[in-house]
Design a protein around this ligand. Sequence first.
Ligand SMILES: *Cc1c(COP(=O)(O)O)cnc(C)c1O
Length: 341
Amino acid sequence: MKIVDLRSDTVTRPTQEMREAMYRAEVGDDVLGEDPTVRRLEETAADMVGKEAALFVTSGTMGNQVAILTHTARGNEVIVDDESHIFYYEVGAAAMLSSVQLRPMAGLHGRDALALAGAAIRDENIHYPKTTLLCLENTHNRRSGTVMRPETMGELYRLAKGRGVAVHVDGARIFNAAAALGSDVRAFTQYCDSIMFCLSKGLGAPVGSMLAGNREFIERARKYRKALGGGMRQAGILAAAGLVALQSVDRLAEDHGHARLLAECLAEVSGIKVDLNRVQTNIVVADVTGTGMTAGDYVAALKHRGVLAGTFGPNLVRFVTHRDVSRQDIDYAIGVVQNLN
Ligand SMILES: *Cc1c(COP(=O)(O)O)cnc(C)c1O
């Protein structure tokens, strides 16, 4: 049976070109700074996002946590959106590793971001923790892959800088944000002190993420990566695939087209609701309440017909498009959802 896997953009498999690049990769001991392929990946990534330096890390979670370790001290407060990956999906690592307090704000990824962040940053007071970091997420995973516009990021960045607070962007899918607006990724990344992005999602690499920032920040981050056990030796094998992945940022727009098509067809199916305004990139969230099925039932029914999706709440189903899903696959998935109930 045909399988169309729309559970996540992390399921992409390395391309033939990536495998060949991995096979041929020149390598050395990267802990000693001697892996030429890792160096090339770090330089290329830094250049693409307009930062002085970058660090190859094992995962997006490691990139975010190394960033928090590098920006903060024990007992500091870090402002995050209440649906952010850092708050929701990172195993409490900010408390575990950095001993910081996360301040989850409802609406930080929204219209009132500036007012909310302004109110959340603490003044000096004997009772208060020191606010040292503001984390933004772009695109926003749990908010349907929506984009925070560069202008909004600019306002938040100026506010934070004016009050001595650093800005880190969890940009796991920052290239999706750039593709959605048809702009250079630097339009976004100019407004942060550090950015993490994933090579292993829509860009299709098998493993790895990048953390970028200024040279001094990345030097300190490199030591925290080592402390977390992320000092990899002949990592050029993995970096080679990452370099190929970075050449594919322009094709993300195709995934967005597929998501839009799927969303528009889903919205026409009786019993299903999709907020089309929120379908801006490669993520589609559908409310299946009207079908009489729970999200779990609905996902099981889809699976039975060869379409894999994820539950995103009791009545919410999530579909994510990516490089390994073709237009034909999307047409197949649309046929399945149209005939499901
Ligand atoms: C996937 C993701 C991460 C973490 O990446 P991993 O490589 O899975 O650790 C961080 N932030 C966001 C927004 C993500 O979607």
